[in-house]
Design a protein around this ligand. Structure first.
Ligand code: PMP
Length: 357
């Protein structure tokens, strides 16, 4: 199978796998005082440094969670004055729109504008959630001016950066008040992520759970040492991946050009995008049918996000951008080869011909 569904989940990086296996099954509670406990504690703290390094924040700013869904819930669902609410655009992930009102307008690439944000009516707004990169289209938001406007209005900013690591430089993100990361979108294991509060110190944040002192009680519960160690190793490996983002973009562009030659419209064309994502609507074809045809032809792709598939309706993001028949998302990884791209590009014309016959 040719895996072009890396935005759903990435293959485990070999270094991350080694780190996971080193700790998996070890009776190592990072809060135990004996030597094994201290070793586990050191592994968690090493991973905290590795994750913090990616964003250029202090290790103390990082709270480990079970993934991006939980990190978004911590940002948007914990604390805050009653009677106030978060706002966002309809292109956000469901783990954000589940908490924030999806009422901000976007352009036809799904981007927010600082002008619209400045003009948005919102006496009871607590903050705005802005994704770094869209999981379906790869479109990037222009974070720095948006954060300036939000802060000028006294609003907090939360950034869901689940799709960003290893694909774009993350250092600009720390102008936000909090950031979400997910290990399994960047070569780490599933079931671990981070809620990052740059410069504020995680101790001051409210949590959702009650329990022990782990993560300074913002996120109590025994550390998943193996998963956290794997996340740290993946963060370390992302340095190298970022350096190869240009090769990734070149492969994506080749596949995209092949689709465009067949009449496909590119979602978010012209907007800045992640180097790995190509989201295209083929004429006279339902995206869901194309994904099934691709699957039968040995290619894993998706019709929008995995979180919204299972339903035949295109996702809220694609509907908001006017793609009522959905769009096919090809998301490449650092393991994707030129030969795989050529093979997929060669298979698409036959599949299209069959689906439109
Ligand atoms: N936010 C975005 C932008 C995502 O793409 C995803 C994963 N589809 C999530 C949040 C949820 O991530 P997790 O699986 O780690 O809960």
């Amino acid at each position: 199978v040719i895996d072009l569904d890396h935005n759903a989940t990435t293959p485990l990086d070999p270094a991350a796998r080694d780190a996971v296996l080193r700790w998996l099954g070890a009776p190592a509670n990072s809060f135990a005082v004996h030597a094994r406990g201290r070793a586990a504690h050191a592994a968690v703290e090493d991973a905290r440094e590795q994750v913090a390094w990616m964003l250029g924040v202090a290790p103390d700013d990082v709270v480990f969670t079970s993934g991006a869904t939980e990190a978004n819930a911590l940002a948007l669902g914990a604390g805050g004055e009653s009677g106030t609410h978060w706002v966002c655009a309809p292109v956000e992930h469901p783990s954000v729109t589940g908490w924030a009102r999806a009422e901000l307008p976007v352009d036809d690439a799904g981007r927010l504008s600082p002008q619209d944000l400045a003009a948005h009516a919102g006496p009871a707004v607590r903050g705005v959630a802005i994704q770094a990169a869209n999981n379906e289209t790869g479109v990037l938001q222009d974070l720095v001016p948006l954060v300036e406007v939000a802060h000028a209005r006294g609003w907090q900013v939360h950034v869901d950066a689940a799709q960003a690591p290893g694909r774009m430089d993350l250092h600009a993100l720390k102008c936000a008040d909090s950031i979400t990361l997910s290990a399994h979108k960047m070569g780490g294991p599933q079931g671990v992520g981070a809620f990052v509060v740059p410069g504020r110190g995680r101790a001051q944040r409210a949590g959702l759970l009650r329990g022990g002192p782990q993560e300074r009680a913002v996120r109590p519960g025994t550390h998943a040492v193996a998963l956290i160690a794997g996340f740290g190793a993946a963060a370390e490996a992302s340095r190298d991946r970022l350096a190869r983002a240009g090769e990734l973009a070149a492969r994506r562009d080749r596949l995209e050009a092949a689709c465009v030659r067949l009449g496909a419209r590119v979602v978010g064309a012209g907007a800045p995008r992640l180097p790995n994502t190509c989201c295209v609507a083929f004429p006279r074809v339902q995206a869901a049918d194309m994904v099934i045809a691709l699957d039968l032809a040995g290619v894993a792709a998706s019709a929008g996000a995995a979180c919204s598939s299972g339903s035949p309706r295109p996702s809220a993001t694609l509907r908001a951008l006017g793609f009522e028949d959905g769009a096919v998302r090809f998301s490449l990884g650092h393991t994707t080869t030129d030969a795989e791209i050529d093979a997929v590009a060669a298979r698409i014309p036959g599949l299209l011909a069959r689906l439109t016959a």
